[in-house]
Design a protein around this ligand. Sequence first.
Ligand SMILES: [Zn+2]
Length: 317
Amino acid sequence: MKHPYTIVDAHCDTVGYFWNPGAELRTNDRHLNLDYMKQYKGYIQFFASYIDANAENYLSRTLELFDAFYREIEKNKDCVQLITDSKTLHRALDENKVGAMMTVEDARALCGQLANLRIFYKLGVRALGLTWNHDNGVAEGALSNSGVGLTDFGREVVCEMNRLGMIVDVSHASKKAYWDVIETSTEPIMASHSNSEAICAHPRNLDDEQIRAIIKTGGMIGINIFPTFLTDKETANVDDIIRHIEHILSLGGENVLGIGTDFDGIGSTPDDINNVGELYKLFDKMKKIGYSDSLITAITHGNFVNFLDKMLKNENN
Ligand SMILES: [Zn+2]
């Protein structure tokens, strides 16, 4: 029996693992694999290529990660559908395949060139995290105090992403960079894997004003399950995740809430969710405490499906 949920997860770091020789998406002992994903009614995963600051050449590292991603997609094409537009999104959902969308985490991948952004789009990238925790010539990171915000080049990047139909991801951006993006972007934005600062005071989380701006502009927030972003306690469980969801709901966020687990990018997991195979426990708990089916559906995947339908251009070729 499958878990009765379709899930959209807006962030994982599994591509970094694909980069290792012998890595397998189908079966592995890490957080995320196809065996787990196929236990659900449906599964759409954003696969981030995270560009390590220590890489010798950012562009060639980025391309190696894309190559590793495509190797795993090809190998598993019997049950995986690449998502580049809303047609392929709905094909994945209708044909009960795992949907895989390419994203990039840290715009250092661009090496300062808009041309690379355009080529990444052609290679299938549909969302880009402007920065990681530090400054990168595009945007100020969440752990930086430089006051740089979004750079002039960063503004060009955001405008070009708007034109291309690539989703701007502000998880990891500093507050100043965040507000500069809100001012610059003509399209709704996404915080793919960030929580509420009011519930857990961590610079990676969003304050209420930031959350309200996403609600106002029709963006998305993917709830991160990393205990450090959930609670001050040593450990976390589904109740801690639900506290963040409750808070965002209290601000009127029922249409902007989704999931962005951060699987394979986090050093620890909640006690009761050790991998994708256990994510259903979060939604079971929501059901148990009285969440309506329609609200659970919105959070598991409905809001993200609507957002992607709105944001992704349909390809005619
Ligand atoms: Zn991240």
